[in-house]
Design a protein around this ligand. Structure first.
Ligand code: 5AD
Length: 359
């Protein structure tokens, strides 16, 4: 697909929109099957050194009650994922760069590997780090890493972040390269429906992901948060329903462009439509991340307004997910790591090449 094709699809409506989603759904079935992989989501801490203009847990938001899970709580959640046969978990956190933080994650990874008899797969989503830290975490057992580029256009990126070394577009890109180099299955993604964002930006985001040859993607609609600087542009945003539809188009297009990657059905879709994640799975996504953060901390990890599953009673219960997925003719692959087939194909091709050439 070239840029003009992508733009055409992003503008589609009615029958053409339906056709796009149907085609993507067929591609999903053909290339990755109607299976859904689970990653139990642990939101480790909302302490963050960054000040991104869109994010509710940005450093300068003094209204956010900060928390940091205790190691025992993380391990308890990991045990829950293991015992419930989730197969994998994700540790996500505000961005912190310190030796203490690196050490802590390294230690947690080793403990999770040991309590699950090496059976739980682990994805990390802990932001920009040094090559050494990425390596240490990889060696300790993490094998997938999500780092959203947020916006692949440098100028748009600059409008969403403060202008300083801590928020550099180049560092973000470099971090993605480092993740690949360290051997991670590497995932990225963008927010959809941001202020200043045009359809052309979104088309280029998809081309960026293709060009970077990502293994996984997590992307979803931008949802404004009142205690952030970007909130002032609230009036210029697309209506939520249109942001949702754009999110669906982006997922469908990416599935068509990169048929064997992993694509997550993100929580932001669910924030707009209570069946948003299932709708995304129906048309192309194949990864679901049920929140297994201890209930008491959930409302503090408020990246945007109306984030679902924040109350301790709002569990992503197993039977509910199973039933919802049945409704869209998909089935949970319990106990599986659900690695990116795209990554596996790349790796075997590389191995074959070095066998043949001795390089
Ligand atoms: N709306 C939607 N997504 C957001 N994120 C942060 N703030 C918002 C928001 N206001 C996303 C970012 C980040 C991920 C953890 O959450 O893309 O990478």
């Amino acid at each position: 697909m070239n840029k003009a094709d992508i733009l055409y699809c992003l503008k589609s409506s009615g029958k053409e929109y339906e056709a796009l989603l149907n085609f993507s759904s067929e591609q999903k079935k053909k290339h990755v099957g109607n299976k859904v992989y689970l990653r139990g989501l642990i939101e480790l801490s909302n302490n963050c050194s960054k000040d991104c203009y869109y994010c509710g847990i940005r450093k300068s938001n003094k209204k956010t009650k900060r928390y940091n899970l205790k190691d025992a709580e993380v391990l308890e959640a990991a045990k829950f994922a293991y015992e419930n046969n989730f197969g994998s978990l994700v540790i996500q956190s505000g961005e912190l760069q310190s030796e203490n933080f690196s050490k802590r994650i390294e230690h947690l990874l080793k403990q999770i590997k040991s309590l699950s008899d090496n059976k739980l797969g682990i994805t990390l989503s802990c932001g920009e780090q040094s090559e050494d830290t990425y390596k240490r975490w990889f060696d300790a057992g993490a094998h997938r890493y999500l780092l959203r580029i947020e916006a692949s256009d440098k100028e748009l990126y600059a409008k969403l972040h403060p202008q300083n070394d801590l928020h550099s577009f180049e560092t973000r890109l470099k971090s993605l390269e480092l993740l690949k180099k360290c051997g991670y299955q590497t995932g990225t993604g963008v927010m959809i429906g941001l202020p200043f964002q045009r359809l052309e930006h979104l088309a280029n985001d998809l081309l960026f992901m293709k060009e970077f040859d990502i293994d996984m993607c997590g992307m979803g609609p931008y949802i404004e948060h009142a205690d952030t600087p970007l909130f002032q542009y609230k009036e210029n945003l697309l209506p939520l329903s249109e942001r949702f539809e754009l999110g669906m188009k982006m997922i469908a297009l990416l599935r068509i462009m990169m048929p064997n990657i992993n694509i997550a059905a993100t929580t932001a879709l669910q924030a707009i439509d209570k069946n948003g994640r299932e709708k995304a799975i129906q048309i192309g996504a194949n990864v679901l991340m049920p929140n297994i953060t201890p209930g008491t901390y959930r409302d503090a990890y408020a990246l945007y307004e109306n984030k679902p599953l924040t109350k301790s009673s709002d569990d992503d219960c197993k039977t509910c997910i199973e039933m919802n997925l049945k409704g869209v003719e998909n089935k949970i692959a319990y106990g599986a790591w659900g690695d990116s087939l795209h990554f596996k194909a790349k790796t075997s091709a590389k191995n074959l090449h070095s066998l043949r050439t001795g390089k």
